[in-house]
Design a protein around this ligand. Structure first.
Ligand code: ATP
Ligand code: MG
Length: 297
């Protein structure tokens, strides 16, 4: 984490665009916000756009605003972020058509609202994030190379939690403080057995998963110390061979399906249209399967 803090400091000193990459839940959004808060733009707005959650047809008006139709004038995120920082979250999901428009805005620092031909100056620093391998997306022709170079001026790669086990202990203590305060409980720490269990896990969901796990432990524990049995790993644990025994294939497939659907929903911020698209099924079918599997959302 010290290395990450260092990089945040360096990124905050300049006004160059930043690309933050790393697996899901590693803290990309958090890092983006910290860069903003430590930069000379800190008094300006910090505006976040989750690209993954915006339908393609609305992308342009979301980003650049609109003066079209009966609607009154609508400012886009670029204008909102004027004088500050614009976080483009999940940038690899930006459709190719919108990439051209974004490139123009990034290069010229000018935008045009949809349905207008007036250019508006915008002073915006861009931080983009993605958990995809963006170089691969460029190589596959899904992401424009010119835009990639414009965004990738500074690059922050956040390693997964399993590659920085020393951070796990620090984060565990931090989350214990945070959630015991919220729950009004006095919890001193974790038992030896619990810590072993915590350290031996691989955290496919990274810091987010660790945080959820500690939050859950704080809520369910009956003692002033978190015990091994209070530590419940998330749904995305691959079942051990023993737990397969005695279950029918149908049951096992159902568990797997549940896991896949939950992971996809989480990735798409629970926007069902997006998740359905990612899974290549209709939204209707997704809703039906969710209901069947008892997934609320
Ligand atoms: N160093 C940290 N200290 C405390 N909390 C952290 C840290 N890193 C991440 N978190 C927490 O973990 C959660 C996930 O972080 P964040 O949303 O920034 O991840 P992300 O990389 O953007 O994930 P995704 O790719 O899924 O969007 C958040 O609740 C965040 O507050
Ligand atoms: Mg994020």
């Amino acid at each position: 984490m010290k290395k990450i803090v260092d990089l945040i400091g360096k990124a905050a000193e300049t006004d160059a665009n930043v690309l933050i990459t790393g697996e899901t839940g590693t803290g990309k959004e958090r890092v983006a916000e910290l860069i903003h808060l430590n930069s000379k733009r800190k008094k300006g707005p910090f505006v976040k756009v989750n690209i993954c959650a915006i339908p393609e047809t609305l992308m342009e008006s979301e980003l650049f605003g609109s003066e079209k139709g009966a609607d009154k004038l609508r400012r886009g995120k670029f204008e909102e972020a004027n004088g500050g920082t614009l976080l483009l979250d999940e940038i690899a999901d930006l459709p190719l058509g919108s990439q051209v428009k974004l490139l123009r805005a990034v290069q010229t620092k000018k935008i045009m609202r949809l349905g207008s031909s007036n250019e508006i100056d915008v002073d915006v620093r861009i931080i983009a994030t993605t958990n995809k391998n963006i170089e691969q997306e460029v190589a596959r022709g899904n992401f424009r190379e010119d835009l990639y170079y414009r965004l990738n001026v500074l690059r922050l790669v956040i390693p997964p939690l399993r590659e920085r086990p020393e951070d796990i202990i620090v984060l565990v203590n931090y989350f214990i403080k945070k959630y015991s305060k919220r729950e009004g409980k006095k919890i001193a720490g974790v038992s030896k057995g619990a810590m072993e269990k915590i350290l031996n896990y691989s955290y496919p969901g990274n810091v987010r998963e660790l945080e959820n796990m500690i939050e859950r432990a704080i809520i369910i524990t009956n003692s002033d110390e978190i015990k091994e049995e209070d530590i419940i790993m998330n749904f995305n644990v691959i079942p051990e061979p023993e737990s397969i025994e005695g279950k029918s294939l149908n049951k096992l497939l159902e568990e797997k399906e549940r896991e896949i659907i939950l992971k996809t929903l989480e990735k798409c911020k629970w926007v069902k249209t997006k998740a359905a698209k990612a899974l290549k099924i209709s939204e209707r079918k997704l809703r039906y399967r969710m209901e069947k599997l008892g997934i609320k959302g």
